[in-house]
Ligand binder design. Structure first.
Ligand code: NI
Length: 232
């Protein structure tokens, strides 16, 4: 009997431990804007592959048109592809007609390459308003960790920014068009893995914060826990 209860306790402890491990899974999403870059994106893909990390690429439509093979590789290797518009305008300053062209051309080239229409838009500079949300009619994905990698062009700065700002559920912003950004990714992955973070795509991150259901519709998301619905 004593032996039996010890066994029961052991099994119980095992299940609780497993449950705890699931509950304690801290997710983050790495996102890369403005590519694909013929100089740097493939090296980044090699690093992500070696580390078994999936990221989200917000590609510029006209770059995708120029380098479709790189976008195809991103897709084939399990990364998510989002729209970052066709030509990177400030969406607050252009007409609805121009917005629709930015949307449709980018959706078409991504669909041509991957077979799928992008589920998300990352508005250039994070600039959005009610009109932008209505035209795209899908979640806009901004970020909660701003590395300012485009500004400092410093591996050291990028690594420190991620270490200081990342929390459970963060969306981390990088640009795969800068050498220093790609140079910092191995250390970023190592540091976050050591802190217990798991890397997922934006779709996976948001669904995990939404009872497993995909996040759709007009929202602006900054992290796993922060998707705001329409403001007026
Ligand atoms: Ni951009």
């Amino acid at each position: 009997m004593k032996k039996f209860s010890r066994l029961v306790l052991f099994i119980l402890a095992f299940f609780l431990g497993t449950l705890h491990a699931f509950a304690a899974e801290k997710l983050v999403a790495l996102t890369f804007d403005d590519g694909p870059s013929p100089q740097y994106t493939e090296r980044l893909l090699d690093i992500l592959k070696k580390n078994n990390v999936h990221a989200t690429f917000f590609v510029i439509g006209k770059n995708a048109e120029k380098y479709p093979k790189i976008v195809a590789r991103e897709h084939t290797e399990g990364h998510e592809i989002g729209s970052h518009t066709w030509s990177h305008p400030n969406l607050k300053n252009i007409s609805q007609k121009k917005m629709e062209a930015e949307r449709d051309k980018t959706d078409a080239i991504i669909k041509k390459i991957t077979g799928e229409t992008p589920k998300f838009l990352r508005p250039p500079y994070g600039n959005e308003n009610a009109k932008v949300r209505a035209v795209w009619n899908r979640p806009l994905i901004n970020w909660s960790v701003d590395t300012l990698d485009w500004k400092y062009r410093s591996k050291k700065h990028n690594i420190a920014a991620v270490n200081e700002q990342t929390k459970e559920g963060s969306i981390i912003l990088f640009h795969d068009i800068h050498k220093t950004s790609v140079d910092s990714i191995q250390s970023v992955i190592d540091n976050l893995k050591a802190k217990g973070y798991k890397f997922v795509t934006v779709s996976e991150l948001l669904a995990a914060g939404n009872d497993g259901k995909a996040v759709t519709g007009q929202k602006v998301c900054y992290s796993q826990w922060n998707c705001t619905s329409l403001k007026k």
